[in-house]
Design a protein around this ligand. Structure first.
Ligand code: ADP
Length: 227
């Protein structure tokens, strides 16, 4: 469960990025966050990953109250939250397998466990058999699916995808969205930010709209059905 209660966040010199935001996301929900550039979408995700701290208000994620969270507990929190970005952020000199394995190595998993887990996760994102490929050999959509594999390999409760289709053509964008839907079906909460109206319309999921740092609408199943 994600709970934000009257959260305000401002940046030095830039003023208020989020003002008095309250949001409640149930486990296993799929929430799309939309809004113009600069509205505060990324700031919201950064507050949830504890990359940024709010000026005021309460944030509770998975039973953890951020007010009482100590800095040394942040890595533990991050294991509960997988994150995917528009620009993939893969390690360019590592193979697909190594990119995903890295997320397990840094938490001390054994080689045996890694060899067992990574192929399974690559299968979930539709990249079975591609573990030996280098990132530059892949399409943008495939790279993004590697990034998703890396984000989910430690089985986070929440997956946050910040404009994951922003750099992709429509076909590859849908491959990525379908993977997010599948992961959600398996029980992971998914929070997706996007500018893509077609994705919003077709997914028919809850849509939260942010404008000028405020939630201006929150609809259970927004988007229209195309005739
Ligand atoms: P969005 O993701 O919706 O495009 P952001 O959360 O990135 O919006 O930005 C919201 C506002 O906060 C913008 O005015 C932006 O310029 C400002 N902002 C975001 N990050 C920073 C930062 N690190 N330092 C200063 N201002 C920032």
């Amino acid at each position: 469960m994600i709970l934000l209660d009257r959260v305000t966040k401002s940046y030095k010199r830039r003023g208020v990025a989020l003002q008095n935001i309250s949001l409640h996301v149930e486990p296993k929900e799929f929430v799309i966050i939309v809004g113009p550039s600069g509205a505060g979408k990324s700031t919201l995700l950064k507050l949830l990953t504890r990359e940024e701290k709010p000026d005021s208000g309460k944030i509770i994620v998975g039973g953890i109250d951020y007010e009482s969270l100590r800095d040394k507990e942040v890595p533990l929190l991050r294991r509960k939250i997988g994150v995917v970005f528009q620009d993939f952020k893969l390690l360019p000199n590592k193979t697909v397998f190594e990119n995903v394995a890295f997320a397990l190595e840094i938490v001390g998993q054994s080689n045996k466990e890694i060899k067992h887990t990574v192929p399974k996760v690559l299968e979930i994102v539709g990249l079975e058999g591609r573990g030996g490929a280098m990132p530059w050999e892949l399409s943008g959509g495939e790279r993004q699916r590697v990034a998703i594999a890396r984000a989910i390999v430690r089985q986070p409760k929440i997956l946050m995808a910040d404009e994951p289709t922003g750099n992709l053509d429509p076909k590859h964008a849908w491959d990525v969205i379908r993977v997010l839907q599948k992961i959600n079906k398996y029980g992971t909460t998914v929070i997706l930010t996007t500018h893509n109206q077609e994705i919003v319309n077709k997914l028919k999921r809850r849509v939260v709209t942010i404008k000028d740092g405020q939630i201006v609408s929150d609809k259970a199943s927004a988007g229209y059905r195309e005739m």
